[in-house]
Ligand binder design. Structure first.
Ligand SMILES: Cc1cc2nc3c(=O)[nH]c(=O)nc-3n(C[C@H](O)[C@H](O)[C@H](O)COP(=O)(O)OP(=O)(O)OC[C@H]3O[C@@H](n4cnc5c(N)ncnc54)[C@H](O)[C@@H]3O)c2cc1C
Length: 461
């Protein structure tokens, strides 16, 4: 029998990698984990966490305005970008420390280096100039922003990575993309007082979300003063006398201090030695895996963003836990990618789970749509015109709620709870017999008694 240096070697210290390494080590396995940048990965260092902190920062401006309606007078306010960056940096350093502490407490060996495969059981530790062997390997190297190779002037642009550490808050920004990262950053920068333009080649922002929420959010963002240019794309970016000149296909030349590309993320699989080990990738560079996250090589698993299944932190963590069950607990477990609740931290927020109205119409012949649009209570005194939208999508035959979509304050928090109800297979009747919590916005979810309209074979009737 071959003796390996480790039972498990994990490449990548992000959400999925740290979870795999920590839990395997806690089970008594001999584990090492390699990270080339910072432990915590995208989510902690330059994704979910700093993003949410920025979202909070960007909301104060509206809170100050709203307070007047409730009798407050707020004195002169000002915002210090450098202070925010410093506070954010301190927090992510604290979290990074917690991730490392968790690994160390479980007795995983923490290696600060890039790691690459040499063969199916051998890993090169680039910073140390040596190789080690492992019985099992997990690749959890995540993703990286798409830098738009074809765009003239792309070197002048930033991505979300740099947006977290800009030296100065720009006066103006052009953000390219229509996905959740583009939309969230448009709201963040606008909220911090930056003149913001969003350029998106599609017909409407947030392509995979329910159409009502997409339109509703578009309107709300436009009403705040964010310029959204759909059906458009960049032709080039060049240095101007004062900032950047951004040439678009349909809207002429835009001036901006900063151009941010948020046009999707690519799997971090380049230069990993995958071919040497026999690990197969698809045409986009994503590592191909079976239902159990096993690659084309039996003892090598891949999970999280590098497999390009669903690019979310809880999904990477779930896939890691399934790997642990499969490999170390004699309990083969497939990650469950169905009915994933998720949020867009735009302003207003989106919280969503299950099928959109359009997808439900394709899957079920008779669909009931329950829809409410209303002014939230806080807006009555604050004077804000923002509207909340809530929608339940119901398969009429089984009465099951197959989709729930919310636009408005705390939509993400509500989506988490709705996620449980949809996962449990709750019917509309379960919603109807649930007592409302009053006065809340969420009570609308259990008081929409009659369908607003139906879809018969996908057609609204
Ligand atoms: C701006 C932004 C906002 C986001 N917001 C959210 C959100 O609100 N909610 C949500 O659920 N998800 C969000 N995400 C997505 C989330 O961050 C990812 O889905 C998640 O981090 C994926 O985890 P992972 O373990 O696959 O990879 P990652 O967390 O990316 O970790 C991979 C790690 O591997 C390291 N690495 C790569 N190659 C090597 C190598 N060869 N050797 C050693 N180390 C290597 C990298 O440095 C990185 O630290 C956001 C992402 C971004 C970019």
């Amino acid at each position: 029998m071959t003796a390996y240096d480790y039972d498990l070697f994990v490449i990548g210290g992000g959400s999925g990698g740290v979870r795999s390494a920590r839990v395997a080590a806690a089970l008594g396995k001999k584990v090492a984990i390699a990270e080339e940048f910072r432990y915590g990965g995208t989510c902690v260092i330059r994704g979910c966490v700093p993003k949410k902190l920025f979202v909070y920062a960007s909301q104060y401006h509206e809170h100050f305005e709203d307070s007047a309606g409730f009798g407050w007078t707020v004195g002169e306010t000002s915002f210090d970008w450098k202070k925010l960056i410093a506070a954010k940096d301190a927090e992510i350093t604290r979290l990074e420390g917690l991730y490392k502490k968790g690994l160390a407490n479980a007795n995983a060996e923490i290696l600060d280096t890039r790691a690459e495969l040499v063969d199916a059981h051998t890993v090169r530790l680039v910073a140390f100039g040596k190789t080690v062997t492992a019985k099992t390997i997990v690749i959890a190297t995540g993703g990286t922003p798409n830098h738009h190779g074809a765009l003239p002037g792309r070197d002048l642009c930033i991505t979300s990575n740099e947006a977290f550490n800009l030296e100065e808050l720009p006066r103006s920004i052009v953000i390219v993309g229509g996905g959740y990262i583009a939309v969230e950053f448009a709201n963040i920068f606008h909220g911090l007082g930056v003149e913001t333009t969003l350029v998106y080649r599609g017909a409407e922002i947030l392509s995979r979300f329910d159409h009502d929420l997409r339109h509703g959010l578009h309107e709300a963002m436009t009403a705040k003063g964010i310029r959204i240019l759909c059906h458009d794309m960049l032709k080039s970016v060049a240095k101007g006398d004062d900032g950047l000149k951004v040439e678009t296909l349909n809207n002429g030349v835009l001036d901006a201090d900063v151009v941010m590309l948020a046009i999707g993320r690519l799997p971090n699989s380049h230069g990993l030695g995958l071919e040497d080990a026999g690990v197969k990738t698809n045409e986009h560079g994503a590592i191909m895996v079976d239902d159990y996250s096993r690659t084309s090589v039996d003892n090598i698993y891949a999970l999280g963003d590098v497999t390009d299944r669903v690019q979310l932190t809880p999904v990477a963590i779930h896939e890691a836990m399934c790997f642990i069950e499969t490999e170390y607990k004699n309990n083969p477990t497939k990650p469950d990618h169905e009915t994933i609740a998720t949020a867009v931290f735009s302003q207003p927020e989106i919280g969503t789970v299950g099928l959109t109205e359009e997808d439900a119409g394709k899957r079920y012949s008779d669909v009931e749509v329950y829809r409410a649009q209303f002014r939230p209570m806080k807006a009555t005194l604050s004077g804000r015109t923002e509207k909340m939208i809530m929608k339940l999508i119901v398969d009429a035959a089984s009465r099951k709620v197959v989709g729930a979509h919310i636009l408005g304050h705390d939509a993400g928090e509500m989506a988490q709870l709705l996620g449980i109800t949809l996962k449990a297979g709750c019917t509309k009747d379960d919603f109807d017999r649930t007592m409302a919590v009053h006065p809340t916005a969420a009570e609308e979810l259990v008081t929409m008694y009659a369908p607003s309209y139906r879809l018969k074979d996908g057609v609204r009737v």
